[in-house]
Design a protein around this ligand. Structure first.
Ligand SMILES: *[C@@H]1O[C@H](CO)[C@@H](O)[C@H](O)[C@H]1NC(C)=O
Ligand SMILES: *[C@@H]1O[C@H](CO)[C@@H](O)[C@H](O)[C@H]1NC(C)=O
Ligand SMILES: *[C@@H]1O[C@H](CO)[C@@H](O)[C@H](O)[C@H]1NC(C)=O
Ligand SMILES: *[C@@H]1O[C@H](CO)[C@@H](O)[C@H](O)[C@H]1NC(C)=O
Length: 407
């Protein structure tokens, strides 16, 4: 009897290790969550202005009124990467709405650099100078500096000779309070400042990922502090979503832009065939102005987007992609502060929608670079940190068990 149980145990353990091995084509980076994250009306308005500037960069200035971004509490997700040899560690925001990697350099004396990790070229044996100047505008400020080349490590992979921005000046960006040091852009190469090849494109050409795909599992308002989800390189993990992915083609390879079939609030039709962008660097949902006005009228919101919370239930926001409804319950897109409610939907002066974390936190998103398409599926809400930990610990324990049995 005991030997039968032993056989079962060894069989199960072997199965688990096999499953683990099958999954090793995927490289995972834990996403951390800002401990200060708070979606308040003030943060939402500040973020709207930041997003307006982010998306105006490629277009002509339009005189849109801007408010100084007072905090970065809306930017909730970031992860740990290394640059150089030996690795110097940085927390970066993984941003599908831009395409450059930048971190503060050691010659930066701006306040924002003082509070963050800085890259020291002299302490890396693989550093190569480039020296071309670069500058990116954010909100009312900018980050600027010069390009450098070095190895970049994340998720156990090392990208050789990645060109990145070493920031020497951060002016008025208020990245001072940000929990991350820099940004790692995951948009398409055509968006990249100075024509720099983005990190993921180098990963593909250096054969580091089995498949030219990455995906985000973001836990918006997850119950576990610090565990914000995972960025997965090389594919998708079906255990993190329910059902199957709904695919839609990317219609412009700059941003991750796709076409929706329709967008509704409850039964009220807001738009048909609207274009939208999947942007992990934005926390809100951003609508074009006409559609935003329609939504705000439904709630009787004032010009600031504020309205008195009603006791009746609010409808879902429904985004139909390739024939499938993606529903966002009201509690995720309406922020309640006392009796006052506000929308986590804002508008900027663009003709497309931007789907930030309010959307991406509900739907696992696959960014398929090879096939130029996006895949969406509801996140598997059953996945909790304790389950993830339990799974990993049991795999290790069982592997140890096998080792003991064999020796
Ligand atoms: C990043 O990862 C390295 C290596 O695991 C670790 O030493 C460092 O503390 C991490 N940094 C942060 C801010 O988590
Ligand atoms: C790096 O080395 C150069 C040349 O020796 C020196 O001028 C510079 O100050 C050093 N930078 C740092 C951050 O140590
Ligand atoms: C610096 O990097 C840019 C972008 O990758 C490249 O076009 C340029 O040729 C490089 N310049 C030098 C001097 O290496
Ligand atoms: C978000 O988390 C807070 C604190 O855990 C909780 O009070 C709130 O109901 C959550 N919101 C949603 C939409 O789940």
């Amino acid at each position: 009897m005991a030997s039968f149980q032993l056989k079962i145990f060894v069989f199960l353990a072997g199965l688990l290790v096999l499953v683990g091995e099958a999954n090793s084509a995927l490289h995972r980076i834990p996403i951390q969550k800002s401990p200060n994250f708070k979606r308040s009306h003030k943060n939402i308005v500040a973020e709207r202005d930041f997003v307006q500037q982010k998306y105006s960069r490629q277009y002509t200035a339009n005189g849109y009124p801007t408010e100084h971004l007072s905090n970065f509490d809306n930017f909730q997700y970031y992860g740990n990467i290394s640059i150089g040899t030996p690795g110097q560690y940085f927390l970066v925001q993984f941003d599908t709405g831009s395409s450059n990697l930048w971190v503060p350099g050691s010659s930066c004396t701006s306040t924002a650099c003082e509070d963050h990790q800085v890259f020291n070229e002299n302490q890396s044996t693989t550093y190569v100078a480039n020296g071309t100047t670069f500058s990116i505008t954010y909100g009312t400020g900018s980050v600027s500096g010069y390009l450098s080349v070095d190895n970049v490590g994340f998720a156990g992979l090392t990208v050789q000779k990645q060109t990145f921005g070493e920031v020497t000046t951060e002016q008025g960006t208020n990245f001072v309070d940000a929990y991350f040091d820099g940004i790692l852009g995951m948009g398409f190469p055509s968006l990249a400042v100075d024509g720099v090849t983005p990190t993921f494109q180098n990963m593909i050409s250096q054969g580091l990922v089995q498949s030219p795909v990455f995906s985000f599992f973001l836990r918006d308002n997850g119950s576990v502090i610090f565990y914000g989800g995972e960025l997965i390189l090389g594919g998708s993990d079906p255990s993190l979503y329910s059902g199957s992915l709904t695919y839609v083609d990317v219609i412009q390879t700059a941003y991750w832009k796709f076409q929706t079939d329709y967008i509704k609030v409850g039964s009220a039709l807001i738009s048909t065939f609207a274009e939208a962008i999947a942007d992990t660097g934005t926390s809100l949902i951003i609508a074009p102005q006409t559609q935003y006005s329609q939504i705000s009228q439904l709630f009787n919101a004032n010009s600031e987007g504020l309205f008195e919370c009603s006791s009746t239930a609010y409808p879902d926001l429904v985004i139909n992609i390739n024939g499938v409804d993606f529903r966002i319950p009201a509690k995720y897109y309406i922020i309640q502060e006392g009796y006052i409610c506000s929308l986590a939907i804002q508008s900027i002066d663009q003709d497309f929608w931007i789907m930030g974390d309010v959307f991406l936190g509900r739907f696992y998103t696959e960014f398929d670079v090879g096939n130029q398409r996006l895949g969406f599926a509801p996140v598997n809400s059953a996945v909790s940190l304790s389950q993830v930990l339990l799974w990993r610990i049991s795999t290790v324990l069982l592997a140890c068990g096998i080792w003991k049995l064999r020796n």
